[in-house]
Design a protein around this ligand. Structure first.
Ligand code: IDP
Ligand code: MG
Length: 157
């Protein structure tokens, strides 16, 4: 198994609205994750659909996929590609579980948010949890391709 991996992080519109982009990036810098790509953009609907794929609809329902595509395209986002040793798992650990209410203190979702699935459901919105991170090395490679052209990734040692 190759221990050197890449992962895709998105700072979702709520992170930009809250003005905590720098604080979140600082956390990844602290653990030594190597930034190999970063951009600020407003996502097209097509791109958001490539990111939140059929897989999300299968796992969480078509409604959640639609809500998340709407959320992701609702304002500026920051896309970052990181490289590091088993970095996929490390970054997932750092962001915490999907529902901020359940996310452990010390995680990004646990430290900067607190809302529940129940609350999001009552408003019929996707849950605001600030950050996306790839769930597996395979997902990471697919997602990096969605957000970055090869020439936008910086290789240096
Ligand atoms: P993850 O982001 O922790 O990997 P996924 O299951 O891949 O979680 O879901 C993608 C995103 O969709 C979540 O981060 C969250 O914002 C949103 N989401 C997932 N399930 C629900 C739900 O039941 N209600 C509202 N939003 C949801
Ligand atoms: Mg996911």
């Amino acid at each position: 198994m190759d221990t050197l991996q890449r992962t895709l992080v998105l700072l979702k519109p709520d992170a930009l609205e809250r003005g905590i982009v720098g604080e979140i990036i600082t956390r990844f810098e602290r653990v030594g994750a190597k930034m190999i790509g970063m951009k600020l953009l407003v996502s097209e609907k097509d791109t958001a659909l490539q990111h939140y794929t059929e897989d999300l609809a299968r796992r969480r329902g078509e409604r959640v996929r639609e809500l998340m595509v709407a959320m992701l395209t609702s304002g500026p986002i920051v896309a970052i590609a990181f490289e590091g040793i088993e970095i996929v798992e490390v970054v997932r650990k750092m962001i915490g579980s999907t529902e901020p209410k359940s996310a452990a203190p010390g995680t990004i979702r646990g430290d900067y948010a607190h809302v529940s699935f129940k609350h999001a459901d009552s408003l019929n919105v996707g849950i605001f949890n600030l950050v996306h991170a790839s769930g597996s090395p395979e997902e990471a490679e697919t997602e990096i391709d969605v957000w970055f052209k090869p020439e936008e990734l910086v290789a240096f040692t």
